[in-house]
Ligand binder design. Structure first.
Ligand code: CP
Length: 324
């Protein structure tokens, strides 16, 4: 989709859905990060709310558990003046056989302008764009993409280093089942970073090399080169068979421990998308240590989600002005 260009040379955001980072142009990612940074002061409790989404309804359409993403989107939408509805498949008429599409259509009939969708089936948010008019935001679809998580990870890196180009970023853990890894790979490579994925061979799919990343099977070998390490959760719920001998073995080879931190660059930025499993992917002292930006990531998520909702609303306005 070619971007619109104003007479002043500025490009205009025209995308009506955020489905993944794979399809975004690098300028769009820069634009979201700039908008997110600009919105952060308005994301804090006590700051003035914006009026961008007054009269609009944002629905969290969640078919999988979530803490951060769900609360963050609700909070972001409220900071922009929207009405927010939280839908969970558990306890809903889904148990009586109602389909995902019919549920979404019902939400639209109730006034939904934006649907924030989390689902275990990859492509579900994309499917929805063919059935309803509301703007769709992918809040995690199976092992496919989790674009707002990667954007908040990338924003946290940019804040710390004031750049992305040339940085070495390690994604460690369950790459095979991680939508966060996929979105981070797309986003980071577009921003000019070097990406190394690291984990047990059984958790690194062969096709990942075609995405333009490097592979490291030994964390101890790659760690001294890294500026950033993003520690991914082992997704037991998506694994059909045991893909490594034991949690203890995984922790020994890939766990972020104080001993490993001592062998990393002093300025290493430690990220984890959460939820974290203390004692599996990282130790409590690393999670709460000086290199950790885990809670900065969560705070940055508000700015990112405010930016996304604003940009999608802006695109709808541009479209309605064009068709008026
Ligand atoms: N990082 C993340 O997506 O967390 P939740 O599953 O709690 O939303």
């Amino acid at each position: 989709m070619p971007p619109l260009v104003h007479e002043n040379g500025n490009r205009v955001w025209t995308r009506k859905h955020l489905l993944g980072l794979e399809e975004l142009f690098p300028w769009e990612i820069h634009h979201i990060l700039d908008e997110a940074q600009r919105m952060l002061p308005n994301s804090k409790p006590g700051s003035s709310k914006l009026q961008t989404l007054v009269g609009r309804m944002v629905v969290n359409l969640f078919y999988e558990p979530s803490t951060r993403t769900r609360v963050s989107f609700a909070q972001a939408a409220r900071r922009l003046g929207a009405d927010v509805t939280d839908f969970s498949s558990s306890g809903s008429s889904v148990s009586k056989g109602e389909s995902f599409i019919d549920t979404a259509r019902n939400m639209e009939a109730l006034g939904m302008d934006f649907a924030v969708v989390r689902h275990s089936v990859p492509g579900t948010p994309h499917l929805l764009t063919h059935h309803i008019k509301a703007g769709i935001i992918n809040a995690g679809d199976g092992a496919h993409e989790h674009p707002t998580q990667a954007l908040l990870d990338i924003l946290t890196i940019r804040q710390r280093f004031q750049k992305l180009e040339g940085l070495s970023v390690g994604l460690v853990g369950d790459i095979a089942h991680s939508r966060v890894a996929r979105s981070n790979i797309h986003g980071l490579l577009k921003m000019g970073a070097r990406v190394i994925v690291c984990g047990p061979p059984t958790l690194i799919p062969a096709e990942v090399t075609q995405m333009g990343v490097e592979i490291g099977y030994s964390l101890d070998e790659i760690l001294p080169e890294l500026d950033v390490v993003n520690v991914l959760r082992i997704q037991f719920e998506r694994q059909r068979v045991g893909l490594f001998p034991s949690i203890r073995e995984y922790y020994r080879l890939f766990g972020m421990t104080a001993a490993r931190m001592a062998r990393a660059k002093k300025c290493l930025l430690l990220l984890a998308p959460g939820p974290i499993n203390r004692g599996v992917e990282l130790t409590p002292e690393v999670a709460d240590g000086p290199n950790s930006a885990i809670f900065d990531q969560v705070a940055n998520g508000l700015g990112v989600r405010m930016a996304i909702l604003s940009l999608l609303a802006q695109a709808r306005q541009v479209e309605s002005q064009g068709s008026a």
